[in-house]
Design a protein around this ligand. Structure first.
Ligand SMILES: Nc1ncnc2c1ncn2[C@@H]1O[C@H](COP(=O)(O)OP(=O)(O)OP(=O)(O)O)[C@@H](O)[C@H]1O
Length: 255
């Protein structure tokens, strides 16, 4: 049966366990993960380094398959990568010999179509108007990551998978881009699934925070963040969730 990809995708991760085979042993990474993500949520995953967060993201992107359990979009097993679910990584991975516009255009080429106006609109939305003909070496880190976001969003994905996308940016650029991400999410109405190591970032962006424990990881806590944007980091409701997340993670990391 051919899967029908709809704009709105409900992601269902059910009883997922996964190990990697190393030279002389198995490395159990994920242990019985259950997570359902509704369309238009912005779910942010927090957890200790190496616990399997990226592995889980790769499964939703169709780049990895669970040993046990299932990962489905609108009831269909995710078996391969698809332009409706796009990943933005920590490194923007731009082609250095292509201009900003040509790099963004590649997003379209994946789908075999091209829309010059859509590319111009996207570049403007993401604050890169006037840089169409610049090369990646001429961009700051923040600008390069904006190009990567534009390349992903020009496809109008249903799910945007963000693997520490702001991890390498300086703190001021990061604050600006956190606001921009929220703005893009509101404008383009994709479902956000993000991994970060930054609890503040999770609090400012997420509609729901999911906390994982040490490897082999399972989900040890979930927090709905029912607050309007832009959020103020000192808001009492946010501070309460921050304390609870810290308690949970602190317990995990033996602070
Ligand atoms: N292809 C692979 N083959 C073998 N082991 C792998 C592979 N990919 C990841 N691992 C291991 O699986 C574990 C989980 O990796 P993963 O990248 O999913 O964790 P993470 O929580 O995203 O880590 P971090 O927060 O440090 O980025 C790590 O110990 C890693 O070394």
């Amino acid at each position: 049966m051919v899967a029908v990809i709809e704009k709105q995708q409900k992601i269902e991760i059910t009883k997922v366990s996964h190990s990697y085979s190393l030279d002389d042993h198995e490395l159990p990474v994920l242990n019985d993960i259950d997570l359902t993500i509704e369309p238009n949520e912005f779910v942010v995953i927090l957890g200790p380094s190496g616990c399997g967060k990226s592995t889980l993201l790769r499964m939703v992107a169709g780049l990895e398959h669970p040993e046990e359990g299932s990962v489905k979009a609108n009831g269909y097993e995710i078996r391969s990568a698809d332009p409706s679910r796009i990943v933005v990584f920590q490194d923007p991975t731009l082609y250095p010999w292509l201009t900003v516009r040509q790099n963004v255009e590649l997003g379209f080429k994946i789908q075999g179509k091209k829309d010059n106006q859509a590319i111009s609109d996207m570049l403007e939305m993401i604050g890169l108007q006037g840089f169409d003909n610049a090369y990646p070496a001429q961009l700051s880190g923040g600008m390069a990551q904006r190009v990567a976001l534009a390349r992903a969003l020009v496809n109008d994905p249903s799910v945007l998978i963000l693997d520490e996308p702001l991890g390498k940016l300086d703190s001021l650029t990061r604050i600006t881009m956190q606001k921009e991400l929220v703005h893009l999410w509101q404008q383009k109405q994709f479902t956000g699934l993000m991994v970060t190591h930054d609890i503040e970032e999770a609090l400012l962006l997420a509609t729901r925070i999911v906390v994982m424990c040490q490897r082999p990881a399972h989900i040890i806590g979930e927090f709905k963040v029912n607050m309007q944007y832009p959020r103020h980091r000192d808001a009492e409701a946010l501070m309460k969730i921050r304390r609870e997340v810290f308690d949970l993670l602190g317990h995990e990391l033996d602070w």
